[in-house]
Design a protein around this ligand. Structure first.
Ligand SMILES: Cc1cc2nc3c(=O)[nH]c(=O)nc-3n(C[C@H](O)[C@H](O)[C@H](O)COP(=O)(O)O)c2cc1C
Length: 179
């Protein structure tokens, strides 16, 4: 399967089977995140894996979603801004970009393993900090739910991106030369 096929295959899964992810698969996903590029190779990501029922209860509380789609695992991608690169011209710190490419690598790795994922930014920052003892110097940026997709979770066709209602055509988002 080439990358475009894999990318088209992935969709946001909001229903999971009550089945744990094998450690071997989790290790593969985490390794794919480890090799992701980051600005100046700073590797400011600090990742917390939550894969116990008690932990998932806490994650559901932080997300404000009871049951949290029955997901067996949440990977909380935090970042330490102090360790991330800052562009001197405008003092822009790129920590969220670094966290997001690590998250993307892991999401696509899980897709390759036929696991479902849901990328979530909807969580209560103060609650997630408290529930998981996230140090002040770390920022929780993304949560990636991972698990086996439940049969009743809406299957989305790899061809769905052809519909303009789901993905804008290239001409609407890409310009050559200058804006
Ligand atoms: C940065 C980011 C944040 C997202 N946050 C949430 C979220 O908090 N809750 C949720 O249900 N989906 C979330 N999503 C999923 C998007 O809604 C979803 O990817 C988009 O609607 C396209 O659908 P698809 O993933 O099925 O192709 C997020 C996706 C991204 C990339």
């Amino acid at each position: 399967m080439n990358f475009l096929e894999l990318a088209k295959k992935r969709y946001s899964v909001r229903g999971y089977l009550p089945k744990a992810i094998e450690q071997e698969k989790l290790d593969y996903i985490l390794e794919c995140g480890r090799v992701a590029p980051t600005g100046v190779n700073a590797q400011p990501q600090r990742i917390l894996v939550v894969n116990t029922p008690e932990g998932m209860d806490k994650m559901a509380n932080a997300a404000g979603i009871p049951g949290l789609y029955n997901a067996p695992c949440a990977i909380i991608i935090c970042v330490e801004p102090e360790c991330a690169w800052t562009r001197k011209y405008d003092e822009h710190n790129i920590h969220e970009i670094d966290a997001s490419i690590v998250t993307t690598h892991m999401m696509m790795a899980a897709t390759e393993l036929e696991l479902g994922t849901l990328w979530m930014c909807r969580f209560k920052p103060e609650v997630i900090r408290k529930e998981f003892n996230i140090p002040d110097k770390y920022v929780p940026v993304n949560v990636l739910l991972v698990g086996y997709t439940a049969p009743d979770a809406l299957y989305k066709s790899p061809d769905r991106h052809d519909a303009e209602s789901l993905r804008k055509p290239i001409e609407k988002t890409v310009t050559y030369g200058t804006f």
